[in-house]
Design a binder for this molecule. Sequence first.
Ligand SMILES: *Cc1c(COP(=O)(O)O)cnc(C)c1O
Length: 386
Amino acid sequence: MAKYTDISTAVIHGGKSIDEATGAVNVPIYQTSTFKQDALGRTRGYEYSRTGNPTREALEKLIAELEGGEHGYAFGSGMAAITAVLSLFRSGDRILISENVYGGTFRVLDKVFDGFGVTYSIVDTTSREAFEAGFGPDVKAVLLESPANPLLTVTDIRMVSEVAHAHNALSIVDNTFMTPYLQKPLDLGADIVIHSATKYLGGHSDLVAGLVVVNDEDIAKRIGFIQNATGGVLGPFDSFLLIRGIKTLAVRMDRHVENAEALIRYLNGNKAVGKVHYPGLESDPGFAVNSKQAVNGGAMISFELKDGYDVPTFFSSLRLVSLAESLGGVESLACHPASMTHASIPREIRLQVGITDGLIRLSPGIEAASDIIADLEQAIERAALR
Ligand SMILES: *Cc1c(COP(=O)(O)O)cnc(C)c1O
């Protein structure tokens, strides 16, 4: 019989959770750059920490297990992970990206990979017809987020993966917003899963890290080669912190989602609030597809303050919730996508996809929901223009 069946147990006992040499119940921090070799050509499995480090390897095994994949890779940031994955492609290749992808993903394609001849097109991945229309013989992959940043737009991962495969293209999913606790893209047909582990996986706003998980042996070999060749690896201490963060992923996510649901009820009943975006709401356009592929609506929320409320005053009036980039930490964070996370996207494109100047994104922490709501309430009151 398997030692465990539930991901709530796997987050604690998955990968290589116990140190074989000493029995320590935590993976030691192997803070070393190099490893003594016993003879020419004879190592004990490690030679140099860019190539492999036992602490990082424990993390890589853990994330692979959680995502239901064969191979995991840890990088120094989510963007380093995305850059490594995009390095699979060659001049002349085109990548389809979903609307509302993370601003940094758009920027690295637009300003870095474009210079190497790897191009991109923005497509509506929420409709099979619109998505298929984006294909041409040069398209080698689709890169999407579901729910997508910051409107929580839902894409049918199984549909997109099937269409991509029919066109000999890879399906790449940035699973940062859901984590494997709520959604497993490889099970839905994706080829590559990416994480900014800076967010929910780390969970404490104390590190920056990225992860990649794949099943296919050939893609795994190429990602492993790129990781070592380009060198954007995660250090041993941050690998340790991330393993430690992941141990409480299940209990944290449960509370994050519970708080998000309480906030949604509050926002929906507030006359200052316009559109509310949350795929766990039955009235949300993404509800049906999200319910099919994820455990619940996740914990990210965005909403619009109506005309008559001053958005800058709202932000400067928050006392408990911090105005900050990032998400997924134990503390509640709010941000203004138009001027922060999505500032690198030109205004016309932003407005076209619905990222208005009044849009507010919330990452509820694990505080008491009543305290978060009270803070929003007083900030909204102050923001009222009289
Ligand atoms: C933050 C984020 C990234 C970038 O990750 P970093 O760790 O900041 O480099 C990529 N994708 C999504 C969805 C994110 O939220």
